[in-house]
Design a protein around this ligand. Structure first.
Ligand SMILES: [Fe+2]
Length: 277
């Protein structure tokens, strides 16, 4: 299957609804947080439908909990599928993580132990979800602050193996790779080198909070230079990939995010021009 290239997008946030409809800014596409639109009707759907008429969209979820030992939440999956049938996104993504157990949602994207047992478990669940959605999904690497003693491989080996066995696609969060590389002291380039190029369908860029000894993935700051550099490395490895900026807190005016998106465009142009040369 030919990889779809959407260009440069932003996360759709309520603060920007009116500006988007009034100004119709030049943004290639929007990523929506799936959970914000699972209840049909009301204001969120009013804006969603209006904006969908103007821009391509992708759906990004935070509640699939694909790694949990709880059964898959079929009610949730049905709601996601219904939303997808309505807005016809380019693709649906969620995270390679678990978000709770025994019916409790901790509202955090928690890392998994990198073991064969976890791989088998997650591959089976991604396959079930893909069968149900009748399309491949993208799974995203999360940032992490702790590691499991039981892990027997690196995060990048784990992600690669799961994507290949489940035949799913990858949403690579470059900021998360950077955050985890600092917290766990690995070389982020090893991560990029290991990735199966043809499965990388989307890149996330974001800012984070630097707490000195460790970094937290907070999505409330502008993107820092080491993450821009890593983005450039990622494009050298994978060629052009649909790219978007996530901003979830301390949200600036849309024009500020468009300026930041223009930096991503410039980096992509320069990096890819050098590759061609
Ligand atoms: Fe992300």
């Amino acid at each position: 299957m030919q990889k779809k290239l959407l260009g440069f997008g932003l996360g759709l946030r309520t603060d920007h609804y009116e500006t988007i409809l009034n100004e119709k800014p030049v943004i290639d596409w929007f990523e929506i947080i799936t959970e914000n639109y699972l209840v049909p009707g009301g204001k969120p759907h009013y804006y969603l439908e209006k904006i969908r008429e103007l821009y391509p969209m992708v759906m990004h979820g935070v509640s699939m909990s694909i790694g949990s030992s709880d059964p898959l939440d079929w009610q949730y999956l049905k709601e996601v599928k219904a939303l997808a049938q309505k807005i016809e996104p380019e693709w649906i993504s969620d995270h390679l993580c678990w978000t709770g157990v025994q019916g409790k949602n901790v509202h955090d994207l928690l890392p998994l132990p990198y073991t064969e047992e976890t791989i088998n478990h997650v591959v089976d669940r991604i396959s079930q979800v893909q069968d149900f959605f009748q399309q491949r999904i993208l799974i995203e690497n999360v940032s992490s602050y702790v590691a499991y003693q039981k892990s027997i491989m690196s995060e990048w080996e784990f992600l690669k193996e799961i994507s290949e066995r489940a035949d799913c696609l990858i949403l690579l969060d470059v900021n998360n790779i950077y955050v985890s590389s600092v917290n766990h002291e690995f070389n982020p380039d090893d991560y990029l080198t290991a990735m199966p190029k043809d499965r990388i369908y989307q890149i996330h860029l974001a800012g984070h909070s630097d707490r000195g000894d460790y970094i937290i993935d907070t999505h409330d700051h502008e993107i820092v230079d080491p993450v821009w550099n890593l983005y450039s490395s990622a494009l050298r490895h994978f060629g052009m990939v649909s790219t978007m900026i996530e901003r979830d807190d301390n949200i600036p005016p849309l024009s500020t995010l468009i300026e930041e998106l223009n930096i991503a465009k410039k980096i992509a142009q320069t990096t890819l021009a050098k590759e061609v040369a």
